[in-house]
Design a protein around this ligand. Sequence first.
Ligand SMILES: NC(=O)NC(NC(N)=O)C(=O)[O-]
Ligand SMILES: [Zn+2]
Ligand SMILES: [Zn+2]
Length: 504
Amino acid sequence: MNSSLLLGVAIAIAIGCASILLPYFSDRNQGLNEGCSLLPHRHFWLYSKRVLTPGGIMPAAVEINGGHIVSIVHQNKAPKQTKGAHVIDYGNAVIMPGLVDVHVHLNEPGRVEWEGFVTGTKAAAAGGFTTLIDMPLNSVPTTTSKEAFDMKVDAAKGRLFVDVGFWGGLVPENAFNNTAIDELLQAGALGLKSFMCPSGINDFGQTNASHIKEALRILAKYQRPLLVHAEIPQPSEDEKTKIDISERRMYSTYLRTRPPSWEEEAIKILIAVSKDTHFDGSKDGAHIHIAHLSDSSVSLDLIKEAKESGARLSVETCPHYLVFSAEEISDGDTRFKCAPPIRDVLNRERLWKALKDGHIDMLSSDHSPSSPELKLLEVGDFLRAWGGISSLQFGLPVTWSYGQQHGLQLDQLSELWSQRPAKLAGQHKKGTIVTGNDADIVVWDPENDIQIGENYTIYHKHPITPYTGKHLFGSVIATFVRGNMVYENGSHASTACGVPILAV
Ligand SMILES: NC(=O)NC(NC(N)=O)C(=O)[O-]
Ligand SMILES: [Zn+2]
Ligand SMILES: [Zn+2]
């Protein structure tokens, strides 16, 4: 056989093989990026007896194609597996919207020794979170300009296992610079975040009522929210006296340094500046969101009242305020240090009531880890240790386990973790299982028990967390982000195909 004949035969064989294999590959792989999903299908059905839809929990098959939910069929049996239709029957597991966390400090670029896009989003996927919104501080530079914003988005590309949006930072330096704020919002910041007390980060200074008012005027144009760390330092007796280390090790000392009056003062001001955000007001379209509420007494009453009178105000609380109490924090155990602080049992129980009664709008993790050294665990100095709790991966089992004891239903939990946070972040295609939405889904077993400890893989950069040892209910089976199975039973997809979410 001469060489051209040989080539001809080889081509014919190749074409023959391709025509046999092509339908198989096109059915399985069309539209899929290599490695994004642990599942080699773009068109498939997820079935279970408990699918959480806006209409309730029911047996249903959720059809996913090209990253979207294309149909939801209520039926008591899983659809039949055929050549063109891949079906995963999850039996009695719960299929519900992926969780959306509007308050996460991923700290990249710049402080990757604290956390990072890869570790943070892997933890998120393992915990059933499909969208995170990153805070503008702790990264270097802080996200307070368009340049810094673009750097953050660049640093995130190709390194996200779930989708991540970004809040921009409102600081005294940019608050009166309308062009700078406009640029930050036009670059894609989903809203702004500011502190009313020192943030612990030098280039992220605290804002006052004038800064906030000015920012709200611009945010109103874009219909994007301002998130606020609502604590204003109040003069205290302690400042005059020197507190020695034995006292600094006591949790009660820390608690005394940040009383509820700090939250109250900040919230009063926020309510006052939110006055014109009502329909047709001069700041119509602006919205204030109070981050990590801890005080469930006067602060909460003020919020309730303001909401009743029509203020555009929302509020989140975090799992650590709902699970732990000041009474149980051992002296020196700075893993529990966060701001505002975890308060007493009574405060905690009132937070649960407010959550159930709908006065608290949503949950967020405020996952804010640091390198272990900064927690000063050996000296146990509560006043000098870094404030922030590491918790992202545990949000679902923690709030479900404790929520059940407080009578919280699964659909309420999902509203608090998915629907409302997605809305705050302007993500209307996320947060609910409805036709047309992104196929952002968590499949989990609420009855399966887990223990945070040796046999439980923590994907955060550092395993240090006050949740160690907790015995909880709820294990994540699989997490889907826009139809990509990004996590399943201890394994992540090989490629990070989460995308940066930019406001348009
Ligand atoms: N710089 C921070 O990350 N601070 C955070 N720290 C906490 N919550 O203790 C926060 O959200 O305030
Ligand atoms: Zn804060
Ligand atoms: Zn925070």
